[in-house]
Design a protein around this ligand. Structure first.
Ligand code: GLU
Length: 575
């Protein structure tokens, strides 16, 4: 067994006593960063996830003979409980599965859908102007039909080994016995303005006097245990109809800012199996998630452009390397912002965007000596432009490899931290509909990512699998971070494949992200020289915290190596 983070008791004690939640979380993150120097190692099987209790649950399932999918489901259900701000059955996910026997990669889409009764004006005020972000998020309006449970059902039918109900046992047990509120959960409750506005959330996350639950408080969630028992016993239908569905609808329609999500929307939800998007990257093959996320296409575009440059000859400290990555990224974001949306509703030219000849042409726009500034999309315009996304501190990524060599890379989300700030049947409801463009038209042309009934909002989630030259799994990785996810994932892939870093060192590297504007360089002394070098190449450099949540597993000659992002609370555990 290996743990990447072992929080000293004295520090936890200090945090509890001090009540300075945010400072405590920062201190813990710094300590974790120092601790997370080496990757976790395992011989046969491993789980990397954003919380130790969740990773333990996944590892227990692997020890009981479960498959990678079984472990991913159990891990995710515990994450729902212990990291409720980030993901859960009230939200959605994208999952990539690698079959150790056949080498096949399958993509599962559990993204939320817009209810039948909404249209392009969902986030417009009566005067036709877009709502403010929080005005749209808080309440029932932003809640999409949750997809996680149907997606799990579908993936488990195809790749599960243990009985469905077994996968719910760790989360049910922890929900009944209680778990200790983590520094990160405490800090996010303390920082939240809107969570108290929902009576169920107020009762669950705060002391009776209104103080946020302190670090270490034992938190029980019998309502969630009851919900999980129903789904464990009766299958996914027990989520999409009956008392759980009724509780969701009551919360959405009864909210101060009500939404239209109804029982028929829930009953009609379908998780989709899709073909992954895959492309060669030097000696490897990289696979990502197709639309409705922009993540897979954008990551592959960036890598496809970088393939034309000798990154392996450069180092992770070199401004020249990050300049190339940032420039490739701005080119990819120009296309992403224009073309990517739910391809079941609008035409998305995925093949053209990933065409190697097209990417070579795009790469030819990059100068090694100076930034090209804001990039234009490279294909003829067919849709209007779309607004840039915000950057919520939520969402979660987990990776699993089982003893048969099957792998899972899954990013799950309820969008913003604590989603729509509505709690139903023991879990938080997503605000994923605010990932749609609030403006349905720009310059008289319809926006690809406009709201449409039944449509899935564009995402940036980028669960990624890398295969080696023999088609064997080499790496499973992904991250939260809004549209910066794309940059975080590219960093990890390049660091492992081109620079030969182990997965933990790759995750630890300072984040550098360009979304076709300023180049964000993560705060910290270790990246000062890099920031100066990029500025000298003409980048508008912005220093800021870049709170990735990368979790990954690399399959190496010496077994499995796991990495967990020291910027959050995760671990990699294996045998
Ligand atoms: N809702 C975002 C998306 O689907 C993810 C938010 C986050 O990463 O925190 O892209």
């Amino acid at each position: 067994m290996a743990r990447t983070i072992d929080l000293p008791r004295a520090v936890l004690h200090f945090c509890r006593r001090s009540g300075i939640a945010v400072a405590a979380a920062v201190l813990l993150a710094a300590l974790a960063q120092a601790a997370a120097a080496a990757p976790a190692k395992a011989e046969r099987q491993m789980v990397a996830a954003a919380n130790p209790l969740a990773a333990e649950a996944g590892r227990d399932i692997l020890r009981a003979g479960g498959s990678a999918i079984d472990a991913a489901i159990a891990t995710s259900l515990v994450l729902n409980l212990v990291e409720p701000q980030s993901s859960g059955i009230g939200g959605g996910a994208f999952l990539l599965h690698y079959d150790g026997k056949s080498g096949d990669v399958t993509a599962y889409d559990g993204r939320e859908t817009a209810p039948a009764a909404v249209g392009p004006d969902l986030f417009l005020r009566p005067d036709g102007e877009p709502m403010g972000f929080w005005e749209a998020v808080v309440g029932g309006r932003s809640v999409g039909v949750p997809g996680l449970v149907r997606m799990f059902e579908r993936a488990h039918k195809a790749h599960g080994r243990l009985p469905w109900a077994t996968l719910f046992e760790p989360a049910i047990r922890l929900a009944e016995e209680g778990f200790a509120v983590s520094p990160r959960l405490n800090a996010l409750i303390a920082a939240d303005t809107y969570l108290k506005s929902d009576p169920a959330a107020a009762a669950y996350f705060y002391e009776p006097g209104g103080a946020p639950l302190a670090v270490g408080t034992r938190l029980r969630n019998p309502a969630f245990a009851e919900t999980l028992r129903r789904i464990a016993r009766d299958g996914a239908d027990a989520f999409y109809s009956g008392p759980v569905a009724e509780a969701i609808v009551a919360a959405v329609q009864g909210a101060a800012n009500p939404g239209s999500l109804g029982l028929a929307d829930l009953a009609g939800y379908e998780a989709k199996q899709r073909d992954p998007v895959c492309a060669p990257y030097r000696a490897w093959r990289v696979c990502g998630m197709p639309p409705p996320t922009s993540g897979g296409v954008a990551v592959l575009q960036i890598l496809g452009i970088l393939q034309g440059f000798d990154l392996p000859a450069l180092t992770p400290e070199s401004a020249a390397a990050w300049h190339l990555i940032a420039e490739a990224s701005r080119l990819a974001f120009a296309d992403r912002n224009r073309f990517l949306a739910d391809a079941d509703f609008v035409p998305v030219p995925v093949g053209d965007l990933l065409d190697p000849a097209y990417l070579a042409r795009r790469g030819a726009l990059i100068s090694p000596n100076a930034s090209l500034g804001e990039a234009e999309p490279g294909l003829p315009a067919q849709n209007g432009a779309m607004p840039v996304q915000h950057d919520p501190p939520s969402t979660t990524h987990l990776a699993v490899v089982d003893a048969d060599g099957n792998g899972v890379s899954m990013t799950a989300s309820i969008e913003n931290a604590f989603g729509a700030r509505l709690m139903a049947a023991g879990f938080m409801l997503n605000n994923e509909l605010t990932d749609f463009s609030f403006r349905p038209e720009v310059d008289g042309r319809p926006v690809a990512n406009r709201v449409q009934a039944g449509k899935r909002p564009r995402s940036s989630m980028s669960p990624t699998l890398v295969l080696d030259g023999n088609g064997k799994l080499a790496l499973a990785v992904g991250s939260p971070g809004g549209s910066r996810i794309i940059g975080y994932v590219v960093k990890s892939v390049v660091a492992v494949l081109d620079w030969g870093l182990d997965i933990q060192a790759a995750i630890n590297l300072p984040n550098v992200v360009n979304r076709n504007g300023a180049t964000d360089v993560e705060d910290g002394a270790s990246s000062d020289a890099l920031a100066a070098g990029l500025a000298a190449l003409g980048h508008e450099v912005k220093r800021r915290p870049l709170n990735s949540g990368l979790h990954g597993i690399a399959v190496t000659e010496n077994g499995l190596a796991g990495g967990a992002d020291p910027r959050r609370e995760g671990v990699a555990l294996g045998d």
